[in-house]
Design a protein around this ligand. Structure first.
Ligand code: ATP
Ligand code: MG
Length: 241
């Protein structure tokens, strides 16, 4: 049976742009796929993304399901059942925002998803925990033997004049990740999170074209299944040689 799709946004490091990217991705996808049911689940106690989308989304399409590090079995069960229900509809798309810190039991939810979007700046303070997070997620993936969830690094808050991302590629060398198109550090983004009105509000700006490039990348490589085909082909090749 064909399943619905889901995207998990996470990083143990706080303040890297998880909620901002989740909110804009939600808005990007509902424009991109007007006929698909799209839902955003906010698992962070702070509910930042839930609040951001409050003024633009239908209340049935966004949910705050806080799951903390402490034992909080009930919400996890709720989250798990919402995810399974959404995924049983082949047309559906679910985007999950998470809080900072180790995902605890929420990693089980991450493993159901097509990808984990991992935002990070280029600073060491962000990159070090990001690499730790990637290693942990990759180990979990390896024990499940699946090519998904794809681990997608999104360089965020990049100084607008910086074009060279070779430093980050070097740090990520040898890790099983895919580098997505970057997002610059732009004051417009901070302004727009003050009163969120969606991506359309930024039309004609640098942020709009950068975000569109990121959204297109996720649509064309992750949701289309192309990235999975590439990884599976690589696995077969390495198995047969
Ligand atoms: N590309 C960007 N340019 C400028 N500011 C940004 C950018 N991305 C995020 N920000 C700002 O950085 C701050 C932190 O972003 P956000 O709340 O999305 O991070 P987070 O990872 O969800 O944090 P937390 O771990 O607390 O949940 C916000 O003020 C947001 O407006
Ligand atoms: Mg957040």
């Amino acid at each position: 049976m064909e399943q619905g799709q889901s995207i998990f946004v996470g990083n143990i490091k706080g303040g890297v742009g998880k909620s901002t990217i989740t909110a804009f991705l939600y808005d990007y996808f509902r424009t991109c796929f007007p006929k698909r049911p799209i839902q955003m689940l906010d698992t962070d106690r702070q509910g930042t993304c839930f609040e951001l989308l409050g003024s633009v989304a239908d209340e049935r399409d966004i949910r705050h399901v806080p799951v903390s590090d402490r034992f909080d079995g009930l919400s996890l069960v709720t989250l798990d059942s919402i995810m399974r229900r959404m995924r049983s509809n082949a047309e559906s798309l679910t985007i999950v925002d998470t809080g900072a810190g180790w995902p605890g039991n929420v990693w089980q939810i991450a493993m159901m998803c097509e990808c984990i979007i991992i935002p990070t700046s280029l600073s060491w303070a962000d990159l070090r925990p990001t690499v730790e997070f990637v290693r942990e997620m990759d180990e979990r993936k390896e024990s499940s033997g699946s090519v998904t969830p794809h681990l997608i690094i999104v360089p965020n808050r990049i100084p607008p004049a910086q074009r060279d991302l070779s430093a980050i590629s070097k740090i990520l060398e040898g890790l099983n990740v895919v580098l997505a198109p970057p997002l610059s550090d732009l004051s417009l983004v901070r302004q727009m999170s003050g009163e969120f009105r969606g991506l359309g509000e930024a039309r004609g700006t640098r942020f709009y074209s950068e975000f569109e490039r990121l959204g297109d990348f996720i649509r064309d490589y992750v949701l289309s299944g192309k990235l999975s085909q590439m990884f599976e082909a690589e696995l077969q090749n390495s198995g047969s040689s």
